[in-house]
Design a protein around this ligand. Structure first.
Ligand code: TRP
Ligand code: MN
Length: 448
């Protein structure tokens, strides 16, 4: 039997987990058709550029910083919220670039991170059993029967919000906001007065000094593009395949397929079945792609994912995002790193220290301890050092504002403070102070 050639629709013949129960398939069809006629959000040339940069990461010459909300919210599309998130990511990038002396590839969980996989299709709220919240691309987080009804019109709203977000991100990153002469201005008030804020100020002052030195040496800083802007890429979990299929386009230059909803997409821990729809879909697009790897993943599964997702062994094409949990990472990671290295497939290994360390506090909020996050990161770096592979990056959930969702850090958020500013629609995020603190620790781990 000859295998059926890949098309953007082929996933439909495979089991697709985590797809919503859309109540009206006619409406879904209409939404898909409309999306398919909309302009792409990203362009094939940009996507190829990201693959090249991730190829540098795979070769141990660069570091990947991927960060943003667990779930973006339709109710939070303000310029301020986007700017604050962007600047904390820029600050982390500065700390890592300066502190570790390696180029940092910057990728946001932004402009499309609107869909969430759930462990249970329903949720009990009081006496009601409601459909689970699946992200604003699908339904509303409000715990009502009407709110939780999946609505295909949300696919279009998600596209519109992604387009508006991306437009602002492009303006900020190319229009002067990300200029290295602005390093001081990214430090927000509530960060500046903290220890990590002061540490950041010190680096910013050193960068000022370095720029003055270069100018004094006669280097024309104005002509040096790279000082004035950054390449910033977008990403989200490719979960709702109707959305991803509709935004997948054939590049006229090369004839290759690209999922133009984001520069890079990842497959979640819950949807990485080898013969499932998600692996099939992403196997056929040319974007760099990621795959989450949790504690149940076997060496054979990981090697098979390499074969399916990167048969041509293109450096930068495939990123594995490990999320093992602080207590298990040290045991589980080395055999996986070693097996992939032996197989000779280039991959980027990046650490998601968030999802394996989530628990429910006494007050009923989902949370994570800053110390557990650090412990998993340390185990990730130690495992790479032991095996001789490159710790390629971190993948974290954060926000630019002063939330109280994760415990600990230098601000020492305690369980009794979680309720103060707990605003996430899904998982707990690092606040800006915790995020910058984390960047300093990771820079140290990279240096040693
Ligand atoms: N363009 C370079 C880079 O992305 C330097 C740079 C400019 C930079 N602005 C930045 C680095 C902001 C980090 C953050 O690395
Ligand atoms: Mn999450």
């Amino acid at each position: 039997m000859t295998p059926v050639a890949w098309t953007p629709q082929r996933w439909r013949s495979r089991p697709a987990d985590q797809q919503p129960d859309w109540p009206d398939l006619g409406q879904l069809d209409a939404a898909r058709k409309e999306l398919a006629g909309r302009p792409p959000l990203v362009f094939a040339g940009e996507v190829r550029h990201l693959t090249e940069q991730l190829g540098e990461v795979a070769s141990g010459r660069a570091f990947l910083l991927q960060a943003g909300d667990c779930a973006e919210s339709f109710d939070d599309l303000s310029a301020d919220a986007i700017r604050d998130k962007l600047r904390v990511i820029l600050q982390m990038a500065v700390v890592l670039t300066y502190g570790a002396g390696v180029p940092v590839v910057k990728v946001g969980r932004m402009a499309g991170q609107f869909a969430k996989p759930r462990s249970s299709p329903t949720e009990a709220v009081g006496d009601l059993t409601l459909p689970a919240f699946r992200g604003h691309m699908v339904n509303d987080d409000a715990p009502t029967t009407a709110g939780r009804q999946p609505d295909p019109g949300r696919l279009l709203t998600a596209y519109n919000h992604a387009a508006a977000t991306l437009n602002l991100v492009r303006a900020f990153t190319k229009g002067g906001f990300a200029d290295l002469s602005q390093v001081h201005s990214w430090n927000q008030q509530f960060v500046a007065s903290s220890d990590e804020g002061r540490r950041y100020e010190q680096i910013a002052a050193e960068i000022d000094g370095a720029l003055r030195f270069m100018a004094a040496c006669g280097i024309d800083l104005g002509a040096e593009q790279s000082l004035h802007q950054v390449d910033f890429f977008t990403s989200h979990e490719a979960l709702i395949l109707d959305y991803e299929e509709a935004l997948t386009r054939c590049d006229s230059l090369t004839g290759d397929w690209y999922d133009c909803s984001a520069h890079t997409l990842w497959i979640g821990e819950r949807t990485r079945a080898i013969d499932g729809a998600h692996v099939d879909f992403l196997s056929g697009v040319r974007n760099p792609i990621g795959c989450k790897i949790g504690p149940s993943a076997t060496v054979d599964e990981v090697l098979e994912l390499c074969r399916r997702l990167n048969p041509d062994r293109i450096p930068g094409r495939l990123t594995f995002v490990t999320r093992m949990g602080a207590t298990r990472a040290g045991d589980l990671l080395p055999p996986l790193f070693a097996a992939v290295a032996n197989a000779g497939t280039p991959v980027v290994w990046t650490c998601d220290p968030m999802h394996g360390n989530t628990f429910t506090s006494a007050g009923g909020q989902k949370t994570r301890r800053f110390d557990d996050i650090l412990t998993e990161l340390r185990a990730f770096f130690a495992a790479h050092r032991a095996v001789g592979t490159w710790p390629g990056g971190i993948h974290v959930e954060l926000t630019g504002s002063d939330v109280t969702e994760c415990l600990g850090g230098d601000g020492q958020i305690g369980e009794d403070q979680l309720h103060l500013r707990y605003t996430t629609t899904c998982d707990p995020r690092l606040n800006a102070r915790q995020a910058i603190d984390l960047a300093f620790r990771v820079a140290e781990l990279l240096r040693t």
